[in-house]
Design a protein around this ligand. Structure first.
Ligand SMILES: Nc1ncnc2c1ncn2[C@@H]1O[C@H](COP(=O)(O)OP(=O)(O)OP(=O)(O)O)[C@@H](O)[C@H]1O
Ligand SMILES: [Mg+2]
Length: 286
């Protein structure tokens, strides 16, 4: 069963002179096991949208259902929320316990799991996010680096085995190797836990490579949605929206302008390397 968002509209400070409608008539579905990428320029409503997926914010109009549980209904909301693990844009707000271990155990403990199951899940989650259990368990979350805080917040969510993992800019502030590690980690959860992933990111390369479906938000509405091929093959259109196309799409577009006969629809490094090796009649290790 999916998450279904139907005609969702959300207004901040509704009824006041400062009322601001951040989402208008947004509809989409997150199917079981699907990887949905959400992109759009800053302030277009991405964080506002994903906070509706676990009922942290409630629609001004419209509806979100999680596996059939209506998030507008207080009783059903608790059941829906239990299926959705959310990692916020700023992980500092998510960490509050004395030690990393206690922080990660907070969710599983709330689920009233037996002690040995909690311990097993914490070990597994720390392994999945790449935090050494011996080294980090007794540290205070406040003495961690930004990347380590993010991993701790992720581990706490992963340990609850969410059916839907919702991530707001999980790669923000990381260098390319850190970004690669995080995206591989998310792919790892998906395999191990079998969860669906909803990920907000400014990194088109990461979304292009991992997503099954991409949603482009613009000023609070869905401007376009489709497969990565449908979204990322139109480099010009992305540029117009102020979004930087994936690296391979930019290179392909520039080479075409210089007369290199490349086919359309190139948006991953692998596809670019294949197309170039076809032209040279040899192999390209791009
Ligand atoms: N508490 C609030 N009160 C009023 N307006 C708000 C509030 N929070 C956000 N907004 C506005 O709603 C819009 C959407 O904000 P949101 O944080 O969802 O954007 P975003 O797409 O996540 O941006 P970013 O890429 O910078 O994270 C913005 O114009 C923002 O100024
Ligand atoms: Mg945001």
């Amino acid at each position: 069963m999916p998450i279904v968002v139907e005609k969702l509209t959300y207004t901040y400070q509704a009824g006041s002179v400062n009322a601001f409608t951040a989402l208008k008539d947004v509809s989409f579905t997150v199917n079981d096991g699907e990887f949905v990428g959400i992109i759009g320029h800053t302030g277009c409503g991405k964080s506002t949208l994903i906070q509706q997926l676990n009922g942290l914010m409630l629609p001004s109009s419209g509806r979100v259902t999680v596996d059939g549980f209506d998030m507008n209904d207080k009783k059903q909301r608790a059941k829906g929320r239990a299926l959705v693990g959310m990692v916020f844009q700023y992980p500092d707000y998510q960490l509050f316990d004395e030690t990393v271990y206690k922080d990660i155990s907070f969710g599983p403990r709330n689920m009233k799991l037996p002690e040995e199951e909690i311990a097993r899940r914490i070990s597994e989650a720390m392994r999945l996010v790449g935090l050494d259990e011996k080294e980090f368990s007794d540290k205070s979350p406040f003495e961690l680096s930004g990347g380590e805080k993010r991993r701790t917040a992720l581990a706490g969510i992963v340990a609850m085995y969410p059916k839907y993992l919702v991530l707001d800019e999980p790669m923000a502030g990381l260098d390319p190797s850190g970004r690669k590690a995080v995206i591989e980690m998310i792919e790892g959860f998906r395999k191990t836990l079998g969860c669906a992933v909803v990920m907000v990111s400014h990194s088109m390369d990461d979304i292009a490579r991992s997503a099954d479906k991409v949603i482009v938000l613009r000023d609070g509405t869905i401007y376009k949605s489709g497969t990565p091929a449908e979204i990322f093959s139109e480099a010009e259109e992305l540029n117009e929206m102020g979004l930087e196309p994936p690296f391979a799409a930019r290179v392909a577009s520039r080479l075409r302008k210089q007369g290199v006969p490349l086919p359309g629809g190139i948006y991953t490094n692998e596809a670019l390397a294949d197309a170039l090796s076809g032209i040279k009649g040899g192999s390209a290790d791009a």
